[in-house]
Write a protein that binds this ligand. Sequence first.
Ligand code: NAD
Ligand code: GLY
Length: 361
Amino acid sequence: MPNKIEVEIKEKNKFYPIYMDMEYIENLRERIYKDFNFKCSKFLVVISERVYKIYGKILGFKSDELFILKDGEIEKNFKNYQKILQCCEKKGLDRKSALIAVGGGVVGDITGFAAATYMRGIHFIQVPTTLLACVDSSVGGKVAIDTDYGKNLVGAFYQPDAVYINLNFLNTLDDRQYKSGLAEILKYAFIEKSCEARFDYGLYDFLSVHCSKILDRDLRFIEKLIKVCIELKIAVVTKDEKEAGLRKILNFGHTYAHALEKITNYRTFTHGEAVAYGMHFIFNYAHKLKLIDANYKEMAMVLLHKFGFYDKTFKFPTDKLIKIMLKDKKTEDDNIKVILPTMKGYVKEDTLDIQTALNIF
Ligand code: NAD
Ligand code: GLY
């Protein structure tokens, strides 16, 4: 597979590259400067505090080029969005300027939303530094902040101008955050056949067979997984950028996950852990409705377990989660929309039957 993947967004006649390499992180700043000719334009780098502590010096951005965002989902909020915009104004960023996100999905989402709205849209570059951001959030153009009512409730579809994936960043990711990325990778395995991609990647079986190498962080496997997930995401997003239809499948496990994150004040679970619970819930729900047979449900449970997801000791109040799901942006006329598994690798959209959902656990 190539180290440069082109994304084409037909609706906007826009192309952008996703670069993937293991170059020295020291070279990244120069590389972006060169590609975007920033010597004659202004920019602001939004970087996660933790990433700044580890890589600030190596990256070499000057302090007045940086906006350091504290860590945690809780920081993906309106106040910080406003602060980023104020920083853009103070620095005199104009329509030819760029915002560069260096960090995980939190930094990518809030920076992208600032880029989408500042002066009605300026350049936006993603430098994902978590596995989750590499396989999912840095690609596809969903940008957002959370509100008091829920996750990602204010946002836009705004594609980046380029994505620079450098696998070296992943060396410092702790095991919990690494596994969080694996949860989104499992999601792709459960939806692969519905992605309408050009190739059959056999992701489900790949994950099953190579589980221990992947958990051991063998770089050859990580690289392959990132490429496959990006190809799958692109296959979906190029056909349906704004989630009118096909793109909804990328939300597999997410309606429940977002409610779970919200009810626990974004402090108990990582996004990926919540998605794993969401997928566990929806497999049980689909089985109860006889949409999938016991065999497929069991296979899915085994895969989730193999990767260390789902702790049976947690019990969540489904009724309260449903109340939050009713405020989800995918809910239409009080109908909670969910993506359901139908066969190995296949999913479809449906309305959640609340009575059935209440009796799952
Ligand atoms: P995150 O951004 O909170 O990062 C997790 C933690 O890892 C942070 O503390 C961060 O500082 C740290 N970190 C980042 N890179 C590191 C590195 N290289 N070494 C050490 N530590 C590092 O979490 P995430 O899982 O990357 O992203 C989750 C967010 O992404 C959620 O807000 C979710 O809603 C969003 N998301 C968006 C999309 C999308 O399409 N836009 C898709 C999936 C998820
Ligand atoms: N992560 C869901 C999407 O990008 O559509």
